[in-house]
Design a binder for this molecule. Structure first.
Ligand code: NAP
Length: 524
């Protein structure tokens, strides 16, 4: 009963979302533009343009032949169609991963490490083509897209190295004839569900530690950005990752999600995406008591104190707010500025934002791409309207960009209050809402007044204040005088409803390991 209800809830959500995507896609041109065509030709030549699912080391069509279109958000044309899979394909991918687990988990750590290292090398070798794929299907500027590839690859490299350091323990015994050990073993088959905003990095952060530990994996990328995931799978295959160890299925998110969550063969679900879907996956995982890692939505405060270095604060805020056109979970969602510096900061910040070049990610000098789809623009518009109707002031932008499609003007909104929709939920777009505050206590209170707790930023020249405020913020990540904090060597994850577990760093392995205690008796 619970299972049926869960399946239905998941299905309802995605039926709506698929329906929305479909109706929105009606406005897309079916014919590929010559620009898109020439990029695709280069990627095809490198053997990285895949459109089928990857199961058991083979490229597979959906069993019923269904396909789904992948769009270029910057040009409004259809790039291609990919296999639209569901339960049966997911079940086969799980079986392949389950069968491969026996062999993969028993390879030496050094062997797994070498294969991951090969994959890292090949991701770096093909960073241009992978970057082009990301720009094509996701829209971010090419330079940023290639940066994502390098960032993603760094997780494969880091965990290739960590594979060799999965140490156990020997515990001093309480009895003379006993010896006590702790072994760390891979959890088994992992189901990984990832979003569209970082089509490669969100996958690499999961696959790296999973494969390093000896787990096998079934990946479900977003239907909006499957091409990058498929190209990465091809490179993994070429790098010696054996059939069945890494599988990719895409299509009906609810059906695939339900199959992964309900399967007793899947021992862990790792998810990056919205808090709403994360909660459903967590609830569904209860039935088979799976391990769950969740990287969910944020509502990052970026606090600028009177004593901040203005240049540092401007640069940092610009970087955290406008990276990926505001579509990251760690993007500043609320810019809190102390009253003594408020006018000076908002004026200099608006000038800086005005200079951000908007356009197709393939065009020279562009730093702001389109939003992912029409639904994203409608959300941004509704948040801005809500704020303005409640007294906020548009200082810059505040409307769709003249380029059309899903381009939105980089925007700064002043006099925002923490009660407004724009400060309660993720805007996920190029809009910076600025809130004025008086005291440090007030800033901390506003910053913590949210269910999210992923990333926070503070700008101050006081060392005492940096410690005090960092400790008081209920967030998993704090940037002090720095707007870009993500790195493979540090733990990434949230407090409160922003998630469970950590990705990256030595802590990133823990989520993919079981701890086994072995007690050897009669040893005297
Ligand atoms: P989303 O709607 O939750 O989608 C994320 C993934 O879940 C996609 O692959 C999606 O598939 C899939 N999905 C959707 N409905 C599902 C269902 N009923 N069952 C199983 N899977 C389902 O989130 P999004 O809009 O793509 O991504 C933006 C969100 O991700 C934001 O909230 C952002 O903050 C969060 N995020 C968090 C982090 C972090 O590390 N904390 C990093 C990046 C993004 P389809 O796309 O194919 O429908």
């Amino acid at each position: 009963m619970i299972r049926t209800m869960f399946a239905r809830t998941l299905f309802n959500r995605t039926t709506t979302s698929l329906h929305l995507h479909h109706s929105l896609r009606c406005s897309y041109s079916r014919k590929m533009s010559t620009e898109t065509e020439s990029v695709v030709a280069g990627i095809k030549k490198a053997g990285l343009f895949q459109t089928k699912g990857f199961i058991g080391g083979k490229w597979i069509d959906a069993y019923d032949g269904k396909t789904i279109e992948v769009n270029n958000p910057a040009r409004g044309d259809v790039i291609t169609s990919v296999a639209c899979m569901g339960e049966r394909e997911t079940q086969d991918a799980i079986s392949s991963a389950y069968d491969a687990f026996g062999h993969w988990s028993k390879l030496t750590a050094a062997d797994r490490s070498n294969r991951l290292r090969n994959w890292y090398n090949s991701l770096i070798e093909h960073k241009e083509e992978l970057g082009q794929l990301i720009t094509l299907e996701q829209g971010k500027p090419l330079k940023e897209a290639i940066g994502e590839v390098v960032y993603a690859a760094s997780f494969i490299e880091f965990f290739a190295e960590e594979a060799k350091r999965v140490y156990g323990d020997i515990i001093p015994s309480t009895l003379p004839d006993r010896r006590l050990f702790v072994l760390k073993q891979p959890v088994g088959v992992v189901g990984a569900i990832t979003p569209w905003n970082f089509p490669l990095a969100m996958i690499a952060r999961k696959v790296g530690p999973a494969l390093a530990c000896g787990c096998t994996i079934v990946i479900k990328p977003s239907e909006l950005t499957p091409l990058t995931a498929l190209a990465a799978a091809e490179l993994a295959h070429q790098s010696g990752i054996p059939p069945g160890v890494l599988n990719v299925v895409m299509g009906d998110a609810a059906k695939i999600g339900t199959s992964l969550v309900e399967s007793p063969q899947v021992r862990k679900i790792t998810f990056t995406g919205s808090t709403a879907v994360g909660k459903k996956l967590m609830a569904g995982s209860a039935e088979t008591v799976k391990k769950v890692s969740l990287e969910l939505g944020g509502n990052a405060p970026c606090i600028i104190f009177d004593d901040a270095d203005l240049e540092v604060a401007l640069k940092g805020t610009l970087a955290t707010k406008f990276r990926n056109t505001g579509q990251t979970c760690v993007c500043a969602n609320r810019v809190l500025v102390q009253e003594g510096i408020y006018e000076k900061f908002t004026s200099a910040f608006s000038n800086a934002v005005q200079n951000l070049k908007v356009g197709d990610g393939f065009s020279e000098g562009v730093v702001q791409g389109p939003l992912i789809n029409e639904a994203a623009v409608l959300k941004v518009e509704s948040f801005v309207q809500d704020a303005v109707s409640k007294g906020a002031k548009v200082l810059l932008g505040g409307k769709r960009h003249s380029l059309g499609f899903t381009f939105y003007e980089p925007t700064v909104i002043g006099d925002v209050k923490n009660e407004m929709l724009i400060a309660r939920q993720e805007v996920f777009g190029p809009v910076a809402p600025v809130i004025r505050f008086k005291t440090e206590e007030e800033a901390i209170q506003i910053a913590n007044d949210t269910n999210a707790g992923l990333a926070a930023y503070i700008f101050t020249n006081s060392i005492k204040r940096s410690w005090r405020v960092s400790e008081a913020l209920e967030y998993g990540i704090v940037g002090v005088n720095e707007g870009l904090v993500s790195t493979e060597v540090a733990p990434f994850g949230g407090f409160k409803q922003s998630g469970l577990g950590r990705e990256g760093s030595k802590y990133g392995l823990d989520d993919y390991l079981e701890i086994k205690y072995v007690c050897m008796g009669n040893m005297a």
